[in-house]
Design a protein around this ligand. Structure first.
Ligand code: AHR
Length: 637
């Protein structure tokens, strides 16, 4: 039985509770959200070979291609791709083809913006054909011609428009010619239509999935991606702004692939703007993953300045140094910024003696001195300064394990800093969580929502995964996609339900007779040769709940998670209201089995179902289906 005290307030629900966390992992941006379709667009992914590019020789034409370090395109891109056409004429074609990120998506009646930098050897001036063709070269989906190449680097742009073609990803971008001679390509790009028509923008379908979650904020740019394995491979924000053809890109060695940095600092901010999210900016704090640390003191000062400059780029007026740079990059208006996080998971720095206190102090003091209004988030407990928030991360390897922690915050001391649960996930299901993962997540979310006076922000991680072979570095991930389509996992829909349906106050609930099941926690990781003992078995609830109320409209959002394999009848009594309407609404996410899931081929197998319900009131009994997450909306006065 659940007794709800609708006339009382246990806590206020933070309007920032449900947000997003993101980094370049699992091909989140390149090969994911970021619209660019050309892989290795500036030929820097490999110093020896133009990987992801192939030579095209059709109809008897012959030629060769190679990286040419003697013909650098610009200071950031030291080598170009040289194409030599030994012989070609008439219908013969020699060129280069890019395979994209597991294909180039083609859709009917669609426009693509192709652009490239090129220069020619004496005697060659084109024309070039720019085309999206099937991988076997048999079908040209769209093409355009470019002529007048000269001996100087110049940018060429064309629009490629498809007709009534079949939607398919088995395509490539081809730049070719039927004239003998030589030319160099410096940077090649292909964009589909993007969300909100932004140049250098994002994929529409994935942005829509995110928009449907109504997230309050975006934590970026990491995660381990912020820190890099080394200082040189951190997210060096100054190298991620300005003309995309002049961004050097860098090896994302935290996750082992090349990052074009097309998703740079300004693009993160534009992404926030498009989805009405607040940016939560994480700044590099002198700690990289593979042993490199910057000691607090004078050595750290350049990195503190780097962070202060970054905040100025985001928030400064166009008259400030970095605000002017943002204006030059296309966004004169400053962005609103409330939260800055110093580093990521600096608790892993313990091995080298733990330098976070010193580093955090230096960043905290500098940020507060210039921007006293900013809330500064620490990534672990700091003893020398009191952060405004502390970022806590929880990855759990089973539904039961996650559920066993859903009441952790109920008894947590309220005198310390507020909590930002900046990364969390029930890691069940690959590449994306199944229903079991969603049930663990939902149980955990009831705990965060109930304690939202303390847990004021939260974000699941990782957010994205490219489901192609080689696309995933870290399971389990909320949203999956390939080149053509994307889908939300059951856990995605659970979050969408929680984020979109809550009031501004938490109502006190007392519970009796909550069912449980036994869970055997796994052994802890061994630090010695001896196997540690098995921890004691635990009784973990199979039913979780959280109740909030919109104090303006009076609507009560009653969330209930039934993890059991059987329907669960629950008696509900609501005190403190004159009347509760018998009619209301129910949103249910359910599955026949906890192993059921969504995928590229079955993207909407498990989705929330909204229905009108009757029989509600100040007291009622309702049965909640097995393996289900329900939100009952009740109206009362
Ligand atoms: O979310 C994957 C990784 O988990 C993040 O990069 C890191 O912060 C955490 O360890």
């Amino acid at each position: 039985m659940l007794q709800i005290k609708a006339g009382e307030v246990a806590a206020h629900v933070s309007p920032m509770l449900y947000g997003l966390m993101t980094e370049e992992i699992n091909f989140s941006y390149d090969g994911g959200l970021y619209g660019e379709l050309v892989r290795n667009r500036n030929f820097k992914e490999d110093a020896q070979n133009p990987i992801h590019w192939q030579l095209v020789q059709e109809g008897g034409g012959t030629g060769s291609m190679a990286l040419d370090a003697s013909q650098g395109f610009n200071e950031a891109v030291p080598a170009s791709l040289k194409l030599t056409i030994a012989s070609a004429s008439g219908k013969q074609q020699v060129g280069v083809a890019n395979e994209g990120f597991w294909g180039i998506p083609v859709r009917p009646n669609s426009r693509y913006r192709a652009s490239f930098y090129a220069k020619a050897a004496p005697g060659f001036n084109g024309p070039l054909t720019v085309a999206i063709t099937s991988n076997d070269g048999a079908t040209t989906h769209a093409s355009a011609r470019v002529g007048g190449l000269t001996g100087d680097w110049k940018e060429y742009q064309v629009t490629l428009t498809t007709g009534q073609v079949m939607a398919t990803a088995e395509n490539r971008l081809v730049i070719s010619t039927n004239q003998a001679g030589s030319l160099w390509l410096g940077f090649v790009s292909l964009f589909p239509e993007t969300y909100a028509n932004r140049p250098n923008g994002n994929r529409k379908d994935i942005m829509q999935l995110l928009a449907d979650m109504k997230p309050a904020f975006l934590r970026f740019p990491g995660g381990n991606y912020l820190e890099g394995n080394t200082i040189a491979t951190r997210f060096d924000w100054k190298k991620t702004i300005g003309d995309i053809a002049r961004r050097p890109g860098h090896l994302d060695n935290a996750w082992h692939y090349w990052s074009s940095d097309g998703m740079g600092l300004l693009e993160f901010l534009e992404w926030c703007e498009d989805l009405h999210m607040q940016p939560l900016l994480a700044v590099y704090a002198g700690y990289s993953l593979r042993g490199q640390r910057v000691a607090p003191g004078p050595d750290l000062e350049p990195y503190v300045t780097e962070a202060i400059d970054e905040i100025e780029y985001v928030t400064g007026p166009a008259t400030s140094t970095w605000g002017a740079r943002r204006a030059k990059d296309g966004h004169p208006a400053p962005y609103r910024l409330e939260y800055v996080e110093v580093g990521n998971e600096d608790n892993f720095d313990r091995a080298t003696g733990g330098t976070y206190d010193g580093r955090f102090t230096q960043f905290f003091d500098a940020i507060k001195a210039k921007y006293p209004q900013l809330k500064v988030i620490s990534t672990m407990r700091a003893t020398t300064r009191t952060p405004d928030l502390i970022d806590e991360h929880y990855y759990r390897n089973s539904e039961d394990e996650m559920a066993s922690h859903a009441h952790d915050y109920d008894a947590r001391d309220r005198t310390g800093p507020k909590v930002f649960v900046g990364e969390w996930a029930t890691r069940v299901g690959r590449p994306t969580p199944n229903m079991s993962g969603a049930l663990g997540d939902a149980a955990w979310m009831t705990g965060m929502e109930r304690n939202s006076d303390l847990v004021v922000m939260s974000s699941y991680a990782p957010l994205f995964v490219n489901v192609n072979k080689g696309g995933m570095q870290w399971p389990t991930d909320l949203i999956g996609y390939d080149a053509m389509t994307s889908y939300g996992s059951p856990a995605y829909y659970a979050q969408q339900m929680f984020s979109r349906n809550h009031g501004d106050v938490v109502l006190p609930v007392t519970a009796q007779g909550i069912p449980t099941r036994e869970w055997q926690p796994p052994r802890r990781a061994s630090v010695s040769a001896q196997q540690p003992p098995l921890p004691p078995a635990q009784q973990v609830p199979t039913l979780f709940y959280s109740v909030t109320r919109d104090s303006q409209s009076g609507t009560i959002y009653f969330k209930i998670v039934n993890r059991a394999s059987t329907p669960q009848p629950v008696r509900v009594e609501i005190a403190g209201l004159e009347r509760v309407e018998p009619k209301g609404q129910s949103i249910v996410l359910g599955a026949a089995s906890p192993d059921d899931t969504n995928s590229i081929t079955e993207p909407t197998k498990i989705v929330p179902v909204t229905t009108s319900v009757d029989g509600l009131g100040s007291s009622f009994t309702r049965e909640f289906p097995p393996y289900s997450i329900t939100i009952l909306e009740l109206r009362g006065k």
